[in-house]
Ligand binder design. Sequence first.
Ligand SMILES: *[C@@H]1O[C@H](CO)[C@@H](O)[C@H](O)[C@H]1NC(C)=O
Length: 300
Amino acid sequence: MRFSSVVPLALAAAPAVVSAAGTLGFALGDKKADGSCKYTADYEADFDTLAGLTKVVRGYSASDCNTAQQILPAAKNKGFQVLLGVWPDTDASFAADKAALQAYVPQYEDQVYAITVGSESMYRGTFTGAQLLEKINDIKGAFPNVLVGTADSWNKYADGTGDALVTGGVDLLLINAFAYWQGQDINNASATFFDDVSQAFGHIQSLSGSTDKPKLAVGETGWVTSGGTYGSAVPSAQNAQTFYKQGICGILDWGVDVYYFEAFDEPWKPVSKGDNGEVEDETAWGAYTVNRVPKFDLSC
Ligand SMILES: *[C@@H]1O[C@H](CO)[C@@H](O)[C@H](O)[C@H]1NC(C)=O
């Protein structure tokens, strides 16, 4: 495992302080098994299922499927908090998500943990760091009392693409890191994950000169339980459990917040292609089946 700059001190110090354990959250889709939109009652059932493990979930678009409108009352009823998303890639999606936030966040401020603007938009090359900063600052201006940030791939922070976000004073940066998509054998997957996160955190913290500003967390990580192999990465419930026990439980022990990707399988999702051109099935990343049955042991 490679460490750099500020990060080893922060991470090495964490395990000694029990209360500093990280917080576990889950990425949560906004659609049911058939691809139709979830309603408040569906989110309430999701929250009942997740309640033993977490009190926080993250979504991707506040307006898609009327997520903000439907999820916030469920969060209030079940004592959860939500990271709401803005999809900034087009002016239309940005405006629709901002309008949904303006309509529902003020009534439910206690349920809103944070707002993320963009998901891997630097990784896809949609925005530079400076362009994304403008979008984030637009939302921050509308919600000055809410944590606002973004989520992107670890390497886009480590290679400096996201530097403008750090120097621009963004509140929250989420780091996505999938050893699976790096084609890693399960036996090297957690080491790869820790290394990815350490490189991203290290670069950001050495630039900011701080371990708590911006606030950092792992925004997405996980392991798929069925489908094709990707390089040396093999999908199975056994491997997902191994990654969970070593990678997720391990980084929580380090005091790092982490959002597992994802809570429930999404069988409606179309087949897609990975960066290496291999066909990939993205329907089976859930810790639970779409019927809310756990696929492996989720205890730490
Ligand atoms: C195992 O992970 C480390 C990162 O911790 C990486 O440097 C190394 O290349 C990986 N090994 C293989 C065989 O990919």
